[in-house]
Design a protein around this ligand. Structure first.
Ligand SMILES: NC(=O)c1ccc[n+]([C@@H]2O[C@H](COP(=O)([O-])OP(=O)(O)OC[C@H]3O[C@@H](n4cnc5c(N)ncnc54)[C@H](O)[C@@H]3O)[C@@H](O)[C@H]2O)c1
Length: 336
């Protein structure tokens, strides 16, 4: 495990990121901002066409939005972008961020483990492949954990650290502590479960949303509007349990009795999303999704979302989860 004596000096913890697509680039940005030396490995040549400019753009926008005070060049001194896995040799933590394909991830782990030390941590940003099954593909399963980020990783506060059946929970706790320096509000998932925590919650909602549209209860626009204006108003402030506490637990108890038996619990991929994907749609990235986009419209959505992520981060930081509990503790201490 990295730097047992002083685990929290990021400048002394070299990190490797393997896979420089959408998430690999924003994860690299987050780690550079936190002060780590980063080796960013491109497993396929096409990554090199965009990686440097994407990371530079993230850093540039981070400065523009007050997230950092230095410009991209300052951080680029700490970054190596390469196709050569051997450059990972000194990494104490490696984050695999390749496409969601078990065979590809397996071949990438082989290349990584051929060069890193036995003490270095190896992690995956997989969205849904169980960590317990991925770690079976590695030489040292106990040092393998899930590290599940949310895009864009340099602005979001979300991070799930997932222990597989064979992972050392102690190493999970180390990553939990370290990730506070990445400005995360992390979650430690001590027991592996498909989808981890966030995707189990989110996919329950995606499934119900599709059921409502497919069965003519509401339009796509209206389902989105409902989500934004109800859940959207409280979710950045509190989670589900605190929300029920805030608004009266008894009412939820009553509604659950009546509503749960009516919720959709299908197991097939819904036709609504199947049709979009079969028609080649991917959403804003190719201007073809649940909504129709012109290329200009798609670009505007991307830009607006980017701006919003900085603003909501600012707002969320004014209301850290434990702020009120801390205030309460302070006033209790003062009264002693
Ligand atoms: N996009 C998200 O919001 C999101 C969120 C959480 C987790 N994830 C997970 O992160 C991982 C990467 O997702 P992404 O959105 O960055 O994907 P992406 O498609 O933008 O990038 C995928 C990367 O995989 C690598 N790759 C592709 N083909 C390869 C091959 N044949 N051999 C080796 N490497 C190859 C390349 O580096 C490529 O850039 C996936 O496991 C995904 O499930 C994504």
């Amino acid at each position: 495990m990295p730097n047992q004596n002083d685990p929290f000096k990021t400048s002394e913890i070299p990190v490797g990121v393997v896979g420089l697509g959408l998430m690999g680039c924003s994860i690299t940005t987050c780690l550079l901002i936190a002060g780590h030396p980063v080796v960013a490995v491109a497993p396929i040549g096409v990554d090199l066409l965009h990686a440097e400019s994407r990371i530079r753009e993230h850093l540039h926008k981070s400065k523009e939005n007050g997230l950092v005070s230095d410009g991209p060049e300052y951080y680029f001194d700490n970054l190596i972008i390469t196709e050569d896995y051997a450059s990972l040799r000194t990494s104490q933590l490696v984050i695999e961020c390749t496409i969601e394909d078990k065979d590809i991830k397996a071949s990438v782990y082989q290349k990584i483990e051929a060069v890193i030390s036995a003490e270095a941590l190896l992690t995956s940003n997989t969205s849904a492949i169980p960590i317990s099954s991925l770690q079976k593909l590695t030489r040292h399963p106990e040092r393998f954990l899930g590290l599940h980020w949310a895009e864009p990783s340099h602005t979001t506060r979300f991070l799930e650290i997932i222990c597989g059946d064979q992972s050392s929970v102690e190493k999970g706790e180390y990553l939990y502590a370290l990730s506070h320096l990445w400005r995360k509000e992390p979650i430690l998932v001590r027991k592996d479960i498909p989808g981890f925590i966030t995707n189990r919650l989110m996919y329950a909602m995606y499934r119900e949303a599709m059921y409502l549209v497919e069965n003519g209860y509401a339009s796509i626009e209206d389902v989105d509007r409902s989500c934004r204006n109800n859940a959207g108003y409280f979710m950045t402030f509190v989670g589900i349990f605190r929300w029920m506490d805030l608004t009266g637990v008894k009412a939820y108890h009553t509604v659950m009795k009546n509503l749960f038996p009516t919720l959709f619990n299908g197991t097939e991929v819904p036709k609504l999303i199947d049709d979009v994907v079969k028609a080649g749609g991917n959403g804003v990235s190719n201007a073809k999704g649940f909504y129709a986009y012109t290329p200009e419209g798609a670009k505007l959505w991307e830009e607006t979302f980017s701006k919003f992520t900085y603003q909501i981060r600012e707002l969320a930081l004014q209301y850290p989860a434990d702020l009120i509990d801390k205030k309460l503790q302070q006033s209790q201490d003062e009264n002693l």
